[in-house]
Design a protein around this ligand. Sequence first.
Ligand SMILES: C[S@@+](CC[C@H](N)C(=O)[O-])C[C@H]1O[C@@H](n2cnc3c(N)ncnc32)[C@H](O)[C@@H]1O
Length: 153
Amino acid sequence: MLDVGGGSARVGEFMLEAGASRYVDVDLSDTMLDLARQRLTRFEDKVELVQGDFLSAPLDGLFDIVLALGYFDYIQDAPAHVRRISELCQGTAVASFPRWTWTKGPIRKVRYEVINRCPIFDYTEPQLRELFSDFDRVGVKSGRSGFLVRADR
Ligand SMILES: C[S@@+](CC[C@H](N)C(=O)[O-])C[C@H]1O[C@@H](n2cnc3c(N)ncnc32)[C@H](O)[C@@H]1O
């Protein structure tokens, strides 16, 4: 499986414990990948940590499962990233996306965009269905502050 922006591999650890035979974490941050390395030592050669931008990082083969959790909150060009997920996925992709809510939205805007100068993005269900239209089946679940997309080949 491939974990896009998998960071410190907190989800990867569960997936490996559940029996994943190969776990690839691609992430921009060396610091996060160092944490992933420490966390996943016991899984030895089942683990591959790739430092780089997901759009250009060298990734071999096709993956049965591609995860992108907490990733799209800060991604400017979501269509390009979903396209690459689609190219690499031969089974199921699961990705989370933020959604505007009047309870959390204004606080997120101030915290990230005004104070930290980090643009954030919000999505709607029709946008997500369009983004993943390349897949055969797409399910979108709406949670308290975001969406979870499951797309299957
Ligand atoms: C909010 S963290 C989520 C980490 C992990 N998926 C989780 O749920 O714990 C987002 C991660 O995406 C990584 N990231 C952001 N843009 C990226 C890109 N273009 N290519 C690869 N990783 C990226 C960041 O370095 C960060 O570790």
